[in-house]
Design a protein around this ligand. Structure first.
Ligand code: TXD
Length: 311
C-alpha cells in the first residue's frame, strides 16, 4: 500500500489529494500548520468517495508525526505569490519553512521520494536536498511538467489539435527566463514549424513564460493550483507505477549541461527510484544561451541561501 504525504494542505495540496484519491492510492496524509484546514479538506474529499468511486483513506492532520514512513512526500508548504510579486520574492519566507521541513521529513520518512513544489522552485529543491541529506535521486522539483503542459495547451489551441497529441518541452529554471525548447516540441510527431509560423510560436512562447503571472493577476488571491496539482499527479503516477516516463523536472546537476551543484529543469526519467537518469539533450545556440542565463538567476538565489544557512 502506498502512503503519500502532502505537506501543505493549501490550494495545490487539497486539489492533489482529490486527484490521488480518485487514483485509489493506499493512504493520503494531508498535513498543514493551520488547524482544521487539512482535516476539513480530508473530510470534504472523503465525502465524495461513493460518488467518485474511490476507497482511499485520507487523513488530515496538524501533527507531522503522521507522515511517518511515507513513500512519497509532496512539499507545497509555504506562501504563494500575489499580484505584482515574482517567485523570487518568496525566497526568505519560504526558505525558512523548507529548511525546517527538510530535516523533519528526512527523520520521519528516510525512504521517501520528495517532490518539492514551493517557490522559488529550483532554489527550494536545492535547499531541501542540502538540508535533508537525501540522495539526489530522491529529491525532485515540480515545474517543467507544468510549464510544458502550458506550452502544449497554447500550441494545441493555436494549431487546432488535440492537446494530448502535443509533446512540448520547457527546461531551465522556473522563472520568467524558463527555456521553451522548440526543437524538442512535437505536434502529433511533426515539428512545431509544420503547423505554426515563427510569429505564432514566438507569441505562444512569450505567453507561456508569463502564464503563471497571468493566472495570478486574474485570481488576485494566490497562484495557479489546478494544473500544478495535475502536474504533481503526473509525476507521482510515474513514480508509484514505475512508468519510466521522461518528464522535465528540476534535478540536481553534477556536470550535466556544464552545470554543477544546482537544481534546474532538465528532462529526466522518473520511475520507482525517483530520478533514475538525467537526460542531456543537445540544445541549439539560443536555447543554450537561455539555459545559462536561467541558471545564473537560480545561482544568485543559491548564493543567498548559502549565506543565510551556512551551506
Ligand atoms: O510549478 C510550481 N512549482 C508551482 C509552485 C506552481 C504554482 C504554485 N507554486 C508554489 O507552490 C507557490 O508559489 C507556493 O509556494 C506553493 C504552494 O502553492 P499553493 O497555491 O498550494 O499555496 P497555498 O494555498 O497558500 O498553500 C500553502 C500551504 C498553506 O495552507 C499554509 O498554511 C501551509 O502551506 N504552510 C505549511 N504547511 C506545513 N508546514 C509548514 N511549515 C507550513 N507553512 C505554511
Amino acid at each position: 500500500m502506498v502512503k503519500v504525504s502532502l505537506v501543505g494542505a493549501g490550494n495545490i495540496g487539497g486539489t492533489l489529494a482529490l486527484l490521488l484519491a480518485s487514483l485509489n492510492v493506499g493512504e493520503i496524509i494531508l498535513f498543514d500548520v493551520v488547524e482544521g484546514l487539512p482535516q476539513g479538506k480530508a473530510l470534504d474529499i472523503s465525502h465524495a468517495a461513493s460518488l467518485l468511486n474511490f476507497n482511499t483513506k485520507i487523513i488530515g492532520t496538524n501533527d507531522l508525526n503522521d507522515i511517518k514512513d511515507s513513500q512519497i512526500c509532496v512539499v507545497t508548504a509555504g506562501v504563494a505569490r500575489k499580484p505584482g510579486m515574482s517567485r523570487d520574492d518568496l525566497l526568505k519566507v519560504n526558505s525558512e519553512i523548507i529548511s525546517s521541513l527538510a530535516e523533519n521529513i528526512k527523520s520521519k520518512c528516510p525512504g521517501a521520494i520528495v517532490i518539492v513544489v514551493t517557490n522559488p522552485l529550483d532554489a527550494m529543491a536545492w535547499l531541501f536536498f542540502k538540508k535533508s541529506g537525501f540522495n539526489k535521486s530522491k529529491v525532485v522539483g515540480m515545474a517543467g511538467v507544468l510549464d510544458s503542459a502550458r506550452y502544449a495547451f497554447h500550441i494545441s489551441e493555436k494549431a487546432g489539435l488535440n492537446p494530448s497529441q502535443i509533446s512540448a518541452m520547457v527546461l531551465g529554471g522556473h522563472g520568467d527566463d524558463m527555456v521553451t525548447v522548440r526543437s524538442l516540441t512535437r505536434l502529433a510527431g511533426f515539428p512545431a514549424g509544420y503547423f505554426l509560423g515563427e510569429n505564432e510560436l514566438s507569441e505562444i512562447e512569450n505567453r507561456v513564460k508569463n502564464s503563471g503571472a497571468e493566472v495570478v493577476s486574474l485570481l488576485k488571491t494566490g497562484s495557479a493550483f489546478i494544473s500544478p496539482a495535475a502536474s504533481c499527479f503526473t509525476m507521482i503516477k510515474a513514480i508509484i507505477s514505475d512508468e519510466k516516463k521522461v518528464l522535465p523536472s528540476s534535478c540536481y546537476l553534477e556536470g550535466e549541461y556544464n552545470l554543477n551543484d544546482i537544481y534546474i529543469g532538465v528532462p529526466c526519467i522518473l520511475g520507482r527510484n525517483g530520478v533514475e537518469k538525467v537526460l542531456e539533450v543537445s540544445l541549439d545556440e539560443k536555447e543554450t544561451e537561455q539555459m545559462m542565463a536561467s541558471a545564473a538567476r537560480v545561482r544568485g538565489l543559491l548564493e543567498q541561501l548559502k549565506s543565510w544557512y551556512s551551506l
